[in-house]
Design a protein around this ligand. Structure first.
Ligand code: ADP
Ligand code: NG1
Ligand code: MG
Length: 450
């Protein structure tokens, strides 16, 4: 299986051996194979993947590891080495229709497994009644913007593929996973699943969507990255905040598209398609159109429907988005769109700087810090604790720092001289930022039989 080539030695690690023993103790059976899928840190490009714009993440060493055996019964039984995640055992007919609706509490943990399982079954193995026994062990800090959720979804997808001896390409799997994680409620983009599957050691990836493709991006050898947790966690599926942003971007797309005279504005998928339809070369050229067509600070749904001359249900095509739109009296379309286009420009500028000769760490750092300011002020997806952490890193000599992942808590990613990483981490750990670790680009997800 092509999926086994990326890190063929992981099966022999002490960790895998320990989890294997735990599996045997729990299920009284040998596992057939193991799967790992990494979390990621997004270096720049926040909340723009679902708007169709490229992003620039790297995979982490931290991952979700799953140990799997065939179950003789048509059931999936799933346990976790961390027993606060309670074991679950159910018939596959139930797994095949499992999803979550957003409420004030987080979805049960195994629903992330269900997403990956359903995605693969629906696409490649609809009639299957094969069952599995699964033991999960995770090292990605959960609900912290490092994409533990997608590491769960991708490893579930790979486990399901291996069980059925299916071999689609990594890109096909990433595309399926980008869609099926939506069963957990969050209507996000495809960045997290793509980097988890398409990562390679020692390189960051510039990821483009529709169709999915990646380009290697290398920073100069003096660049170091540190990731630090601000102390607040945020489960994205437990509140409407994330989906409200998706709704705001969808309405912004509709209004700009309609007022700019694009006939088929309803058919355009996202904000980036407005730019390409208008034949504009760079995302920054959209900024003046945002000022022109989205001139109000806040809009009510009624105002939006009047401008669009249609009902919101005609443009919000998923029930989760309609639900989210009903949660807030007003929507800030202008600021959200200003963030999206300026952030998309920063990603392109970052990539260009990386391929220019010489070291540009202060310029790269500035783009990252500007990105944080935009997330904080325009997209309003930061929290005080993250803002304080970012400011502190800059005081401590970082070139730049920003929240990573969806935000509203979680981690910051910090760019600093490679040889100053230890000093920075010591200072942050002393100030109780935990976890705090330095990182280099890791390899992508893989499967290995015993
Ligand atoms: P993230 O930023 O980490 O992707 P999400 O809110 O999207 O945060 O997803 C976090 C959820 O993923 C957790 O609440 C849990 O249900 C699931 N999860 C993450 N890590 C694990 C793990 N090691 N074992 C079981 N479930 C996990
Ligand atoms: P996290 O914070 O890792 O759950 C989410 C989305 C990404 C992307 C970022 C913000 C999912 C699975 N993940 O990541 O697609 O939109 O937020 O850039 O929806
Ligand atoms: Mg997530």
């Amino acid at each position: 299986m092509e999926l086994s080539s990326s890190e063929s030695s992981f099966i022999n690690s002490d960790r895998v051996q320990k989890v294997k023993e735990c599996f045997i103790k729990n299920f009284n059976k040998q596992p057939d194979f193991a799967v790992r899928a990494p979390g990621r840190v997004n270096i720049i490009g926040e909340h723009i993947d679902y708007c169709g714009y490229p992003v620039l993440p790297m995979a982490l060493e931290q991952d979700i590891l799953m140990m799997v055996a065939t179950n003789e019964k048509p059931r999936i039984r799933i346990a976790n080495t961390d027993t606060t995640y309670v074991e679950y055992d159910e018939e596959i007919t139930v797994w095949k229709r499992m999803e979550a609706v957003t409420t004030s509490s987080a979805p049960q943990w195994f629903k992330y497994f269900a997403c990956g399982y359903r995605g693969i079954i629906e696409r490649w193995a609809a009639g299957s009644d094969k069952g599995m026994l699964v033991l999960v062990e995770g090292t990605v800090p959960p609900s912290s913007g490092l994409s533990s959720s997608s590491a769960m979804v991708v490893s579930a997808a790979l486990a399901t593929l291996k069980l059925h001896n299916l071999n689609p390409s990594r890109k096909e799997i990433a595309t399926v996973c980008g869609e099926c994680e939506k069963y957990v409620g969050v209507q996000g983009g495809g960045m997290d699943q793509a980097i988890s599957l398409l990562a390679e050691p020692s390189t960051c990836k510039f990821i483009e969507f529709n169709p999915l493709r990646t380009t290697d991006v290398q920073l100069t050898s003096d660049a170091g990255f540190v990731v630090a947790h601000c102390g607040v966690t945020m489960n994205k599926a437990a509140t409407f905040q994330f989906n409200i942003r998706v709704v705001e971007c969808t309405f912004a797309k509709c209004i700009i598209g309609k007022l700019a005279g694009i006939d088929n504005w309803k058919d355009l998928k996202n904000l980036s398609e407005i730019q390409t339809t208008l034949n504009l070369t760079e995302p920054k050229e959209m900024l003046s159109l945002v000022e022109k067509y989205l001139n109000k600070g806040e809009y009510t749904i009624e105002e939006i429907e009047n401008i669009m001359e249609c009902r919101m249900a005609d443009v919000l095509l998923r029930p989760a988005l309609l639900d989210a739109a009903k949660q807030t009296p007003t929507l800030k379309l202008k600021n959200r769109a200003l963030h999206v286009f300026s952030e998309a420009q920063r990603v392109l500028d970052f990539k260009v700087l990386c391929s220019a000769s010489g070291s540009h760490l202060s310029d790269l750092g500035k783009l990252m810090t500007d990105s944080h300011a935009s997330c904080r002020d325009l997209y309003e997806c930061s929290v005080k604790e993250l803002d304080v952490l970012v400011d502190r890193c800059l005081e401590l000599g970082a070139y730049g720092a920003r929240l990573t992942g969806a935000g509203w808590g979680g981690c910051a990613v910090i760019l600093i001289d490679k040889d100053k990483r230890e000093t920075l981490m010591e200072a942050l750990i002393e100030e109780k930022y935990n976890p705090c670790f330095s990182t280099i680009p890791s390899g992508g997800a893989c499967v290995q039989g015993f």
